[in-house]
Design a protein around this ligand. Sequence first.
Ligand code: AMP
Ligand code: MG
Length: 418
Amino acid sequence: MTLQPPPLRNDCFALPPGVDWTPVDQALSLLRDRLHPVVARQEVPLMQAAGRVLAGDLVARRSNPPQANTAVDGYGFAAASIAGQDTVALPLVDGRAAAGVAYDGKVPPGHAIRVLTGAALPKGVDTVVLDEDCATGEGQVAFRGPVKPGSNTRRAGEDIVAGTQILHAGRVLTPADLALAAATGLNDLPVFAPLRVGVLSTGDEIVPAGAPAGPGQIYDANRPMLLGLIDRFGHLPVDLGHVRDDRAALRARLDSAPVDVILTSGGASAGDEDHVSALLRETGALTAWRIALKPGRPLVLGLWEGKPVFGLPGNPVAAFVCTLVFARPALGLLAGAGWEEPQAFEVPAAFSKNKKPGRREYLRARIRDGRAEVFKSEGSGRISGLSWAEGLVELPDHAMLVEPGTPVRYLPFGSFGL
Ligand code: AMP
Ligand code: MG
């Protein structure tokens, strides 16, 4: 069964009238309100489901564990039959219970049976003593009491009871989730189809990595970076290549793109050669968001044939930050995974900065000796700083005086799934 969600509304990126510089939080909440999953549902066997997004709640078909069983190798018996005894000696019944090989008989009161880890508890057994605490011989097992009833056993369903919800729609399935689903009797899982994210570079000066480049030409750094980010976010990266600053070429590339959403970089300003914004404006479904963020302007959001287009800045650092801060949560929503806030940590700064009011700032940062240090330059063309960094320091919209030791918000790249 393939269920296709409705298209996005044409005005989904419109800003309220009068808005000029949009604060980051407002921009994020607009995205959050207006985007919804655009991917179809499908079923996959759980062997292929790691990293996929659940499209429905999962209900345990079976309890875990399905039966009461022993947690150790040892001897099982009924606790009531040795109540109050300090030293215990019980005759052993013939046979044993092992994992997957049940003991069919009933163990009479006052008797014990050899049990191995994982074995279902035989009838008449509710308690187990560990091998190491036992002496055996002459058909008997001896150990010291008192023994707590139920010791060294696992109750049926003590982890999960059949019929309970184990995971909710929107969950990005972890390896541990697959263990849980398998243990509770599930195999075919409802998931969303992977979100296909196209990545397109624009600009007359841009040449692909490895090609001969003349003076004044720039290697396409954004495309491999963005494709790699998409992959790490768990979506399907689709390389849409590079187009020159030519509106017809750009239009043709967007038209034929076999994707659900498009990330472009470059050409997003309002200049003569900024064809991404010009083209999207022609379709009437463009909002050039001037977000109060550094680095990261301009960011253009639009729809092309109903597909969201994120027009990222050309500068690699700005493109990277905008992708993490804006595109990532939006892509998560489009992919059915819901809106995810990156986990942030408050850490003391290892740097000084007199931050001006008016826009939020993201600094390339990393933690050393428990303090956040920042890259030596804030220049948004400094690609080496992205490579140096292991996270971002987020400074608030308002002014802030940072001195060594001042608590700052640190977002490790791991919080963005990198
Ligand atoms: P634009 O937004 O097109 O004016 O580009 C802003 C800056 O980013 C310019 O210096 C571009 O050369 C640079 N730039 C644009 N696209 C890329 C790219 N794919 N890789 C590296 N730099 C780029
Ligand atoms: Mg350009």
